[in-house]
Design a protein around this ligand. Structure first.
Ligand code: PLP
Length: 399
């Protein structure tokens, strides 16, 4: 039924999402009809400006923030860089210490490593076996030199949702700023920057059916933060560069759609995800679900299969038209096991045999059936050719 010539079964929504037609339709006029520069003074540019400001209202409403606390960026990575570098540099005379977690996205981790080279010190908090940060650990890590805590709302590899409100409270009790990378959480976890004690929040359009290369940083009014991109006076003097008007309009429409009915969306996706997880754990021995059993994104099914390599699983799935990903990131030619899986206590071997399936609005019940048909057979083939596989973990061949 499904092979590589047909529509792929797309189960990599944590990497990026397709763009919904109504979002594309909302953007279309801003490429050609309303092409004016939002900074221009003539009436013609007013439509561009209105497009940008309408999107700003939509993002503010989705986060429980004010419109003037939203700043558009060219994606989640830029928002993370801005939040962390900007807060660290602006508050340097108060302190030079940052607290983050070991399982952050590289946009956070590599930014913190760069700051270490500039003389800052960083504490990378451990997580438990489910990938959760203990808010008590945050409190213990904070010193009188700490100016910023950065812990993600939900993890992109294993889906674990952090106790963000508790962490925000600990940070504020110590007079420290709190940043959260909410890129994976928008549309799945209801966000309220007041209730959660968030000062800085990053988001990215292409993770919730909006356009790639669009994002935003929420900056609580009064927060001391340096600019990252210098130049013209756009974004009230905080982020230079002519606005990506169509992209911003798309981001605004996308966040409206993604947050209109989070409960309904989560119910629909969780039903598919639960069937997928049950089916896989029920048919493949020596398999484990990574991440938290309940405090997890509804669309995330991350597994470790012993005695096999994640990359080999991907190749076999790809040959059958299934798009998935591993927990490994290929860095500088060597296959490094996922820092997230290692931080949850997995061995290198277990971390290498990981597979991440992330569901979304592209998926149907038939997609779940198809993966449940293909995956056990793929793991079975790989285990039959692996000398490491013990007898109990072999999966008999079916014809
Ligand atoms: C995708 C992702 C990012 C990066 O966002 P881009 O818009 O692709 O730069 C940052 N953090 C998390 C958790 C992500 O999943």
């Amino acid at each position: 039924m499904n092979d590589q010539d047909q529509r792929p079964v797309y189960m990599d929504h944590a990497a990026t999402t397709f763009m919904k037609p109504e979002i594309l339709a909302a953007m279309a006029p801003y490429f050609s009809r309303y092409f004016g520069n939002p900074s221009s003074l003539y009436r013609f540019a007013r439509e561009s400006r209105k497009g940008v400001e309408g999107a700003r209202e939509a993002v503010g409403a989705a986060l429980g923030a004010s419109t003037d606390e939203i700043f558009f960026t060219a994606g989640g990575s830029e928002a993370d860089n801005w939040a962390i570098k900007g807060a660290a540099l602006a508050n340097r005379e108060r302190g030079d210490h940052i607290v983050t977690s070991a399982i952050e996205h590289h946009a956070v981790l590599h930014t913190c490593e760069w700051l270490e080279k500039q003389g800052f010190s960083v504490t990378y908090l451990p997580v438990d076996e489910f990938g959760r940060v203990d808010p008590g650990d945050v409190g213990e890590a904070i010193t009188d030199r700490t100016t910023l805590v950065s812990v993600m709302t939900a993890n992109n590899e294993i889906g674990t949702i952090q106790p963000v409100a508790e962490i925000g409270k600990v940070a504020h009790d110590h007079g420290v700023l709190f940043h959260t990378d909410a890129v994976q959480a928008v549309g799945a976890v209801p966000i309220d920057v007041e209730r959660m004690g968030i000062d800085l929040l990053s988001l990215s359009g292409h993770k919730f059916y909006g356009p790639k290369g669009t994002g935003a940083l929420y900056i609580r009014r009064g927060t001391r933060i340096e600019n990252l991109i210098h130049g013209g006076g756009q974004e009230r003097g905080r982020r230079a560069g002519t606005e990506n008007v169509p992209g911003i309009v798309g981001l605004g429409r996308a966040i409206e759609l993604a947050t209109a009915d989070i409960e309904g969306h989560n119910r629909r996706i969780a039903a598919m995800r639960d069937r997928l997880v049950r089916g896989i754990l029920g048919s493949i021995p020596d398999a484990r679900l990574n991440g938290h059993p309940t405090e997890r994104l509804v669309n995330n099914a991350s597994f470790s299969f012993r005695y096999v390599e994640g990359e080999s699983i991907l190749l076999l799935l790809d040959a059958r038209g299934i798009c998935a990903s591993t927990g490994s990131a290929c860095s500088s030619g060597s296959l490094e096991p996922s820092h997230v899986l290692l931080a949850t206590g997995l061995s290198h071997e277990e971390a290498h045999g990981s597979l991440r399936l992330t569901l979304g609005d592209a998926n149907t019940a038939e997609d779940i059936d198809y993966v449940l048909e293909i995956l056990p057979d793929a793991i079975g083939r790989l285990r039959r050719i692996s000398p490491l596989t013990p007898a109990h973990a072999r999966i008999p061949e079916v014809d």
